[in-house]
Design a protein around this ligand. Structure first.
Ligand code: PLP
Length: 392
């Protein structure tokens, strides 16, 4: 079967364009512009140049020998997105969309941010490409993420404080959508994950697919074949979608997405496994709601996984059975965070630590001829204070 989603903006029943009438011209314009540049040689060449010389691609696919020995089974490889400029995979998407904005002749870029990572990555890409960036951020998040707010300012971005709702990411997205409606002519809305109305889930997936393409090429070179499994953490779902996408038609490759379980009996931020089908931020997908059908406040020790919904393509891939999804909670992620630091000299982001925990579990039940690639979505320097504060 040839996988060619989205079809008419949908992944099976998921996705779509659940936006107010006034935003329809914007999403249509974006779709048309993306279609035009997607296979345009000069766009592709320019993006490749920025990815290589600015962001630092390609990243290594690294055989973690000590972690492999510790797990005692399949070989564990790390796709080192933590080595990119900015310390995470997010720059793959922000460079792609910022360049797209430039080709659309939009000099102003807006973005939403939760923990501030996507805001910083947007500010970087916009500075590099000479675009003006404005970032919406909940006042709760601004309080918690002072350093990222300051980073964005250093990088020339303007940060808008959002005081509505729970004053976090989901409210920042609503504000950004409002801004976009009123400033369509000169503004591109740069969404940070495979979420939002069509064409965003497709665009972000395509830009992040550079991860999976490199995994494929590297594993052919190193092992002479595709890996037996690919494991990645799922927040909105972009580093995982980018890792999985080039392998979807290769049924021999197990694809595993790891959601954040948080702690205690809270649902964490596992929208796929603990949520319900619903519409949020312009898409039909899986959403975490409370008993009144209101969007639930989520929690994870990994700020980047703390989102109340998930990209619609993941909902489709779960339903079709092509991808297996599982949950890792805070304490398991911390154990993996410490293990990788100690055994490999690599401090992983807490987000990525969720994927590492699952890879260790899986490796034990596989043999040494098999291989797992874990996408190390980011580095953990940003998380060291969190670990210190917990005292465990
Ligand atoms: C933002 C972030 C994530 C979660 O986002 P996805 O869209 O699910 O990839 C994961 N890891 C890191 C390091 C992040 O910064």
């Amino acid at each position: 079967m040839e996988y060619k989603y989205p079809i008419n903006g949908k992944f099976g029943i998921y996705g779509g364009q659940f936006v107010p009438e006034v935003l329809m011209p914007a999403v249509h314009e974006l779709e048309a512009a993306y279609k035009k540049v997607k296979d345009d040689t000069s766009f592709k060449r320019e993006l490749e140049w920025y990815l290589a010389y600015y962001a630092g691609r390609p990243t290594p696919t690294y055989l973690a020998k000590n972690l492999t020995k510790f797990a005692g089974g399949a070989k564990i490889y790390l796709k080192r997105e933590d080595l990119l400029h900015g310390g995470a995979h997010k720059i793959n998407n922000t460079l792609g969309q910022a360049l797209l904005a430039k080709y659309m002749k939009k000099g102003r870029v807006i973005a939403e941010t939760g923990a501030g990572q996507h805001g910083v990555a947007t500010a970087m890409a916009c500075a590099a490409l000479g675009l003006h960036a404005e970032v919406y951020m909940g006042s709760e998040d601004i309080k918690r993420q002072e350093i990222n707010v300051y980073r964005m300012t250093l990088l020339g971005a303007k940060v808008h404080k959002v005081d509505s709702g729970s004053r976090t990411l989901k409210d920042a997205i609503n504000e950004a959508l409002r801004d976009w409606v009123t400033n369509l002519v000169n503004t591109h809305y740069l969404i940070g994950s495979v979420v939002g109305p069509h064409p965003y889930p497709m665009i972000v997936r395509d830009f992040q697919s550079v991860i999976g393409k490199e995994i494929k090429r590297d594993m052919m070179k190193i092992e002479g074949r595709a890996p037996d499994a690919i494991v990645a953490c799922v927040g909105g779902g972009s580093n995982s979608m980018g890792s999985f996408y080039p392998f979807i038609e290769d049924q021999a490759v197990k694809l595993v997405g790891v959601e954040a379980g948080g702690h205690g009996n809270h649902s964490g931020s596992a929208a796929l496994l603990r949520g319900r089908e619903g519409v949020l931020h312009g898409m039909l997908s899986h959403v975490l709601e409370d008993s009144n059908g209101q969007i639930d406040d989520t929690y994870s020790i990994a700020a980047g996984l703390d989102y109340s919904a998930v990209g619609p393509e993941h909902s489709y891939l779960m339903k079709s059975g092509r991808v297996r999804y599982t949950i890792v909670n805070d304490s398991e992620a911390i154990v993996a965070f410490r293990k990788l630091s100690l055994l490999e000299g690599i401090i992983p982001a807490l987000e990525s630590s969720h994927a590492i925990a699952e890879a260790i579990r899986m490796a034990r039940d596989m043999n040494e001829k098999q291989s797992i690639v874990v996408t190390l979505s980011g580095r953990g320097d940003k998380d060291v204070q969190t670990i210190i504060n917990r005292g465990d």
